[in-house]
Design a protein. Structure first.
Length: 234
């Protein structure tokens, strides 16, 4: 199976749909095709696509309505296919939540370029997770709020940012250089111990024995480890 991505094509023109499917499969994409707008959400739930190619004029439900329905569930890229070149289609489509649009007749290389661009942007700028939950622990990034065992734990802005960074990579050892680049915008100079101090503070706040830590570990010579399964409700 292809590892480039899964595309859901919604198009009622079978001649166009057939060559788009064939062309994209030749480019190592997986393609699922549906002909009607009222069948899109079922296919969407079943195949979990990485991108949707969506015709505007469809039987059942039109493409603009379908775009709204998809946007209620996902932020994945949507490229509209339209036979109209006027500004009205562009504005309505983008307001509905489409990322881009292609005017028919569709040119193969131009379509591929739009698809590759949309997917590359999604990889480079993934949707941020706003909340992390591990057992009895909940971190909310929007409010900088931490709740553990039904009690709110007060953290400074810097301490929260450090804990969030570690928790977002739970189960992986994070080296000091990565921490400094992410949180201070510079490389680790080999001397600055501020994050070691922060880790000690987090251990105190969450009753993590510094002699035998279970939640926040220091892997000597490598970095820090946030332990995902050490927060209860296993």
């Amino acid at each position: 199976m292809s590892n480039l991505g899964h595309i859901l094509l919604v198009e009622d023109d079978m001649t166009l749909a057939d060559w788009v499917c064939e062309y994209l499969r030749d480019q190592d994409y997986v393609v699922t095709h549906v002909e009607r707008g009222d069948k899109v959400m079922t296919a969407f739930e079943t195949c979990s696509p990485d991108l949707v190619l969506l015709d505007v004029m469809l039987p059942g439900i039109n493409g603009i309505e379908v775009c709204h329905l998809i946007r209620e569930k996902s932020a994945l890229p949507i490229i509209m296919l339209t036979a109209r070149a006027d500004e009205f289609d562009e504005v309505i489509g983008l307001e509905a939540g489409a990322n881009d649009y292609v005017i028919k007749p569709v040119r193969p290389r131009a379509l591929l370029a739009r698809i590759n661009n949309a997917l590359s942007q999604r990889i480079a700028q993934p949707q941020e997770t706003k909340q992390l939950i591990f057992g009895d622990l909940c971190l909310d990034q929007e409010s900088n709020r931490v709740v553990y065992q039904d009690k709110e734990i007060e953290l400074s802005t810097n301490l929260f940012a450090f804990m969030w960074f570690l928790a977002s990579q739970a189960g992986e050892v994070v080296d000091r250089d990565s921490v400094f680049k992410a949180l201070k915008g510079r490389e680790y100079d080999g001397l600055d111990r501020r994050f070691d101090v922060m880790l000690s503070t987090l251990r105190k706040l969450f009753n993590d024995d510094p002699q035998n830590p279970k939640k926040f570990k220091t892997v000597w010579g490598k970095g820090y480890l946030f332990v995902a399964d050490a927060w209860g409700k296993s």
